[in-house]
Design a protein around this ligand. Structure first.
Ligand code: FES
Length: 102
């Protein structure tokens, strides 16, 4: 069963940007957006590079390698060559901590 787990203090989030978080063996990308905080796997599912080194605007993360793009709210690909949804996690803020369901 999935439970809420702390991943970082909310004050460590980069405002309106993407923050890289190591969570056990997983590398996560945490996005501060106008509609809330979202989390995905940090590595691009097209070529495996770190999306946190890409460009982030609003709700869209653009991969630094081939400029594939994903909507961070649900992970859907919104720009070629990305074709598969990225893995996302339910995210919330609780008692000053960003948490994901994992
Ligand atoms: Fe991300 Fe190719 S590695 S779009």
């Amino acid at each position: 069963e999935k439970i809420w787990k702390d991943i970082l203090p909310v004050e460590k989030l980069e405002e309106k940007w993407v923050t890289r978080v190591d969570f056990g063996a997983r590398k996560l990308a945490v996005y501060d957006t106008p509609s809330g905080i979202y989390t995905s796997m940090a590595l691009c599912n097209h070529g495996g590079v770190d999306l946190c080194d890409g460009y982030f605007d609003g709700h869209v993360i653009e991969c630094p390698l081939h400029q594939g793009a994903f909507d961070v709210r649900d992970g859907r690909p919104v720009g070629a060559p990305a074709t598969r949804p990225m893995m996302t996690f339910q995210t919330r803020v609780h008692e000053g901590m960003v948490q994901i369901k994992a």
